[in-house]
Ligand binder design. Structure first.
Ligand code: SIN
Ligand code: CO
Length: 380
């Protein structure tokens, strides 16, 4: 159980997406979620995205995983970073749960880092919100104000910047947390061998959304209305202000139709940037298999990182899971809201709740779809 000691309403009003914040003892009595050995072991797996950053005199060297052996890096000035640990390590689920005061669609991943003394990724700016929770060890963090900063060594490709004046300069200890909104430069330096946990949140850009909208219109062969006009400009070589506005209005008509945006948002926002540990059963489960498993005490769990979403005021009863649409129209009207909210809110159903859920008329085909696609599994 990880309890976040934070007034989340106050945080959302005053800090979220606005300004950085240090929260001392955000997790009182914090215990590391994973050991450094287990983390190093997971970074041996090719499906898991990992990297080692080595701090050199005036630069950083990046080694992409998987890693068999860490002796080449010595005993200081390096850091191992493993992305989307929550996809591969179910024990991380209660920790992720503590951050669900922010909607699931925004959640990107849990990145876990093991850093030796002197290790760090260098000063940089992220375009996402991040909470950094300190586990074992001590790290010093500096955060600067938003602004335009010179690229490290004048390189166009580097994600690093030259430096910044700190508005925050703190040493984080076990259980402390730092929140950094997008655009604020920051840098972590490792004082003693340390584990840290970065909980990242992303949001789509106009570019991403427009590209999805265009793909969606093409796939469904919709959005075919053409521009029409009531008047033409006197000069042949001009695109008049009225014509410009008319075309923008045409675009807006598309965006105003829930048929065009609800399914699209559900699909886009329920997808993950990192691979999921999808565990399709060798043989498809039947309704009887499911009942038997629940009688034997099994419980239904979502695989780590899976997003199960619904769109408020949706034009049809459906869930969006990993970019797919799951039809819920067979669920009786009176049960629909509670079933949808149970499925979207609950990460792990205990045996009792699973047994209650399966009693809902017409829920079984949905649960079987989720199990047989490997999105949920039966845990004993
Ligand atoms: C780190 O742990 O040093 C990297 C995390 C970050 O800066 O976002
Ligand atoms: Co960062």
């Amino acid at each position: 159980m990880y309890t976040l000691d934070l007034n989340t309403q106050d945080f959302l009003t005053h800090y979220w997406q606005k300004k950085p914040l240090v929260i001392r003892q955000a997790f009182p009595n914090f215990e590391d979620i994973i050991t450094s050995n287990e983390l190093a072991g997971l970074a041996c797996e090719s499906e898991i995205s990992s990297r080692v950053v080595v701090t050199t005199k005036n630069d950083w060297e990046i080694h992409q995983g998987p890693f068999e052996d860490y002796t080449q890096f010595g005993d200081k000035n390096w850091q191992l970073l493993v992305q989307a640990l929550n996809h591969w390590y179910p024990d991380a689920t209660p920790f992720i749960d503590a951050f669900r005061f922010i909607p699931d669609w925004r959640f990107d991943d849990l990145m876990v880092s093991f850093a030796t003394k002197g290790g760090g990724v260098g000063a940089h700016i992220d375009n996402y919100d991040v909470f950094i929770v300190q586990g074992e060890g001590k790290r010093q963090w500096t955060v600067g104000n938003k602004g335009n900063y010179a690229k490290k060594n004048n390189s166009i490709t580097t994600p690093l910047i030259e430096g910044f004046d700190p508005i925050i300069d703190v040493v984080l200890e076990k259980g402390d947390m730092l929140y950094i909104p997008p655009g604020f430069p920051h840098q972590g330096q490792t004082l003693t061998t340390a584990m840290s946990y970065s909980i990242g949140f992303r949001a789509p850009s106009q570019q991403e959304l427009f590209s999805e909208i265009a793909d969606n219109l093409i796939d469904n062969n919709t959005g075919l209305t053409r521009f029409t006009s009531h008047d033409e400009p006197a000069l042949a070589g001009i695109i008049s202000q009225t014509h410009q506005q008319g075309m923008v209005d045409l675009l807006q008509d598309v965006l105003q139709d829930p048929n065009h945006y609800q399914a699209l948002l559900g699909k886009v926002l329920s997808q993950n940037r990192f691979e999921l540990d999808i565990c399709e059963p060798e043989e498809a489960y039947t309704h009887q298999d499911l009942l038997d498993a629940l009688t034997q005490g099994a419980s239904l769990h979502r695989i780590g990182g899976l997003k199960v979403l619904r769109v408020e005021n949706d034009i049809s009863p459906r869930l969006f899971i990993n970019g797919e649409q799951i039809d819920c129209s067979k669920i009786e009207k009176d049960n629909l809201d509670s079933v949808m909210s149970t499925l979207t809110q609950t990460l792990q159903f205990d045996n009792e709740t699973s047994k209650t859920l399966i009693k809902t008329p017409n829920i079984s085909p949905i649960l079987l779809t989720l199990l047989n696609k490997g999105y949920y599994y039966l845990a004993l």
